[in-house]
Each structure stands twice: as C-alpha cells, then as structure tokens.
Design a protein around this ligand. Structure first.
Ligand code: NAP
Length: 515
C-alpha cells in the first residue's frame, strides 16, 4: 500500500485511523499516496490553535511575523524541486503550470513578508484618523483593527494546492491568526508536504499552521464566533457552508471564492490582425490551455464585434491547434492533464451541454495525446465553441466547464457587449482589449461593479501586462454575485478579513497611547 500522509494538528503529526483515500497520478493512473482524517480529535486541534498558537503569534509584531513568512519562503524555495515533482505526479501539470501554483504561492507569501516589514513593530493597526465627537474636540473616536482571536479555517479547491494555501495563509499569519487548511482531496499531497516541511522547520509557534487531509466531516462544527472561514470551490459546497449552523449561529465570518464565467472583450474599432486583436487571440488561447483550463479566473466567454467573429475564430483556433497535449513529463508537451477522472467526466459532461447550444470551432477531442494512454490519462485537448446568438443562448453564460473550454460570441455594439458580459452575473475577472484609452477606461468603469478585477490590455502594455487569469497579490481577487461575493489579496486589504474593526471613544490623551 502507498504511504499514508500525516495530518498536522494540535502541534503534532497525526495519522488517520482509517484505510484512507488514494491520491492518483491523473496521467498514469497509479496510486501515489493516501490521506485520511478518521479519528482526529478536531475539537482539541482547534482549541490548541486558538489557545496556544494564537496568543504566541499575536505576541509578535507585524514585522516579526513578516520575518516568519520570509523564513517560510526560504524553506519552500529549498524544497522547490520536490514540489515540482509532486505537482507533476498528482496534478498532471507541465512545468510552466506548476510554476503558476508553486512559484506563484511563494511570490505571494514573499509579498506579505515585505508588507509585514513595512508595517513595523506594532500589534494593531489604525483605521483612519481620530474624529471629534464633542464640540471642543476633547472626546474623539478612533477606529482600530485588531487581530481576531480565533482560527482561520481554509477549505480549498483542487486546482491550486500551493498558491491556494499561501495566498490565504500569508495574510492570516501576518495578522496573527493561526491557520488550519483542508486541501481538496484529489491533489492534497502538495499542500500536505508544504505544511509538513514548514512545521518541521520549526519556524512558527506550535499549532500555528495545521493541515487536515481527507474528509471535511466535522470541521465546520468546530467553528466559534471569532474564527473565520475562507472557502474556494463550487457554488453548491459554498451554499452548504454558508448555511452551516455553527456559522449562522456564531456569525462566523466567511469568505467565498466560487465559480465564475469570466470574459474577454475586444472593443469596437479593431481589425483582424491589429495589435489588440492579436493580444486577445493570444490571451484567449493561453487562458484556455494554462493548467488545462482549471483556473477559476480562466476566460470562458470571448466577445468580439460581429464583423470579426470569423477572423477571431480562426486566430484562436490556429493557436489552439499548436498546443501539444499529454504526459507533462514529456518536454514537448505544452498542456498536461485534468486532475482526476471525476474532473475529466465533469468536463466532458459540461462540453456536451454546451455543444447543444453552440457550434464547435476547434475540437479538443481531435488532439492526439503525446506519451499518454487515452484510456487512462485524464487529458483532453482544448475546445473552442461558438455561439452566434448569445442573447438567446443562456447556457453559455451560466455553465462553467472547469477545463480547456471557451465560447466565442459576436456582439453588435459596445452597449450590447457590456450587457452580454454582465450576463455572467458577477465574475472574478474580465479582460478588455483595444487601443482607444478613453473607450477602454469607460468600459472598465462600466464593468467594475460586476467584477473583482478588470484587466485592460492595450498595445503599450503588450509585453508587460500580468495576464488575464494571473492573480497578483497587489490586486484584489474575488468577485460579486455568482463568483461568491468574496475578497482576497489586494495588498494590505487582505488583512481586514483577519482583523476586527472597533471604535475606541476616549479623551485625546488616551487615544494618543494607541497611535
Ligand atoms: P468542491 O467540490 O466544492 O470542493 C472544494 C472543497 O470543499 C474541497 O476541499 C472539498 O473537499 C470541500 N468540500 C466538499 N464538500 C464539502 C462539505 N460538505 N463541507 C465542507 N467542505 C466540503 O469544488 P471542486 O469541484 O473541488 O472545485 C472546483 C470549483 O472551484 C470550480 O467550480 C471552480 O470555479 C471553483 N474555484 C474557484 C476559485 C476562486 O478563487 N473563485 C478557485 C478555484 C476553484 P474534498 O475534495 O475532500 O471533497
């Protein structure tokens, strides 16, 4: 039998008492390791984090906690090669896609380490200036942000076992809040290994970083009023979490990052082959194939002016045709596999639904697999669909196929395009392509209320823009409505979730001691 991975809870390594769930190589079909959370004393684990690790973290200043994050970065850098191997084996990712997860996670953590340094030797933050409450100004109100005295529980999705951990743990640990992460089972190995390496390096106070692998059963029951939950995954699971009695009763703060039908929009005024046109085609093909389309931020809908529909279909399809698909260990392969059979079947099912409403512009199933057995490997080529009548094709605005799939659609004029983008009912990101600064700015403003991030690509940033789907720690990640209504990252804004805001009303002399 394969190795049973250990949980780390209550400051010690703990094996589950069950036989465990197997983690598989999605390309070779072989068993890699097992995870199991049976028999863990979750109540004791949460209490240990709350009562031992929390006070130890909060005794440190932001600068000191930032230094701990920097030390974690060193540990992760030192073990990077091993993480690449685990990602290839358990997530089926090619090197460039592993980098998005592993190096993206390390970079995000390093960004929060630096933020800690800049916040300095303090243990709470001021929120704005003091405001006078009385006529003479002797009595004032000062808002403060203080770390919450609970635990941060992360329930994560399968697509970013590294980045998904560190983009949340960076802000939480910097805020002085201990972390318990439950990775998605299919790809739990990388998260487990990273936590284990950091715990064994002895950087953090005992119990400040815990990992529970396997079933989520019982985790939410442990939550108390000052705990916080950050969830990334499907809208269905999000609904279960929101309505959990412990969360509803204790007003436990919850952040949800759910599915999202993100868009790319080419503004009017472009021609086939213009720089903005090419930038859209390049980004659409890249987003469809990076991580085999298993990114919450990936482009799912592509909008172009009616007259450019045919040219855009050709330009994107030509790029997709060049994508080699198969075993990520083969240097010639550009796109690896989906993470599991379950995911492969879900993508095929979603594609079958969309194909009832759309034409196929590029067929992914026609891609021959490189170095992989189609009967075993969870590999699937990229498929571009086209929907000529997007007003009357609700499925393309509602159905998230979490794989290498996107739908191209024509629009009549700018107002029509903006209305179609908004049919996603709230998304993580929209990218807009064009060369007229005023028109780009106006479209960004129109789409800002329904998106967490608007990514504008014009020729002058062709070489420097950070990518439609690439989440930068300096910018907000999250989206309203269907996307879950959450907010993560955005530089120092991320700390708000792990702090409580309070107003202290007092004499000026008292308030000056808080500054
Ligand atoms: P999922 O089934 O909702 O699972 C997500 C996490 O929730 C996993 O850790 C899962 O554990 C856990 N879980 C499942 N049922 C639960 C329950 N009843 N109580 C508590 N936890 C539970 O989602 P998925 O299919 O793995 O992920 C794909 C989806 O995530 C896509 O829709 C994608 O759009 C979304 N996503 C969003 C973002 C974002 O930032 N907005 C990022 C990535 C993915 P197990 O694995 O053990 O079942």
């Amino acid at each position: 039998m394969s190795e049973l991975l250990l949980n780390h809870l209550a400051g010690r390594a703990q094996a589950g008492t069950g036989s465990g769930t197997a983690l598989l190589d999605p390309v070779l079909g072989t068993e890699l390791a097992r995870v199991d959370a049976t028999g863990l004393d979750l109540a004791a684990g949460f209490a240990f984090a709350r009562e031992k690790a929390g006070p130890a973290l909060r005794a440190l200043t932001y600068a000191q906690r930032g230094a701990l994050l920097a030390a974690i970065v060193q540990v992760l850098q030192a073990n990077r090669d091993r993480y690449y191997e685990i990602s290839t084996a358990n997530s089926g990712t090619v090197k460039n896609d592993t980098a998005v997860d592993v190096d993206g996670g390390i970079y995000t953590l390093a960004t929060y380490a630096k933020l800690g340094e800049s916040l300095g030797e303090r243990r709470h933050l001021l929120d704005g200036e003091a405001v006078r409450l009385g006529k003479d100004g002797a009595f004032q109100s000062q808002h403060l942000l203080v770390p919450t005295r609970g635990v941060a529980l992360f329930i994560n999705a399968f697509n970013f076992p590294s980045w998904g951990l560190w983009e949340k743990a960076g802000p939480a640990l910097l805020s002085g809040v201990p972390v318990i992460v439950k990775p998605a089972t299919a790809t739990a190995w990388l998260t487990q290994r990273m936590v284990q390496d950091v715990v064994e390096a002895g950087i953090l106070p005992a119990g400040a970083l815990s990992v529970v692998c396997g079933s989520s059963a019982g985790l939410l029951d442990q939550l108390q009023p000052f705990d916080v939950v950050s969830f990334t995954g499907s809208a269905d699971t999000a609904a279960i979490i929101r309505s959990h009695p412990a969360i509803a009763r204790g007003s436990v703060r919850v952040n949800i990052e759910a599915d999202s039908i993100n868009s790319a929009l080419l503004l009017p005024g472009e021609t086939p082959g213009s720089e903005a046109f090419e930038l859209l085609a390049k980004e659409a093909a890249r987003e469809m194939t990076q991580k085999a389309g298993q990114k919450c931020t990936a482009i799912r809908r592509i909008f172009v002016p009616e007259a450019l529909y045919g040219a855009a279909a050709e330009a994107i399809a030509a790029r997709l045709a060049k994508t080699t698909v198969g075993n990520p260990r083969n240097e010639g392969v550009r796109m690896g596999s989906l993470v599991s059979r379950a995911q492969l079947f879900a993508v095929r099912e979603g594609l079958a639904t969309l194909k009832q409403h759309a034409q196929v512009l590029h067929e992914g199933a026609a891609h021959a697999l490189v170095d992989a057995d189609a009967a075993v490997a969870c590999c699937l080529g990229p498929t571009l669909l086209g929907a000529r009548d997007p007003d009357h094709t609700p499925a393309v605005h509602d159905t998230e196929v979490f794989g290498p799939v996107a739908t191209l659609m024509p629009y009549r004029d700018a107002a029509h395009a903006l209305a179609l983008v908004r049919r996603g009912q709230g998304s993580l990101v929209c990218s807009i392509y064009g060369s007229d600064a005023a028109a780009l700015g106006a479209a960004a403003l129109e789409l800002a209320d329904s998106h967490g991030r608007v990514h504008v690509v014009s020729p002058e940033v062709a070489a420097t823009h950070t990518g439609h789907g690439n989440v930068m720690p300096q910018s907000l990640h999250g989206g309203p409505g269907r996307a879950g209504g959450g907010e993560e990252l955005g530089g120092a804004r991320a700390l708000n979730f792990y702090h409580r805001r309070a107003a202290v009303q007092a004499a000026t002399a008292v308030l000056s001691t808080l500054a």
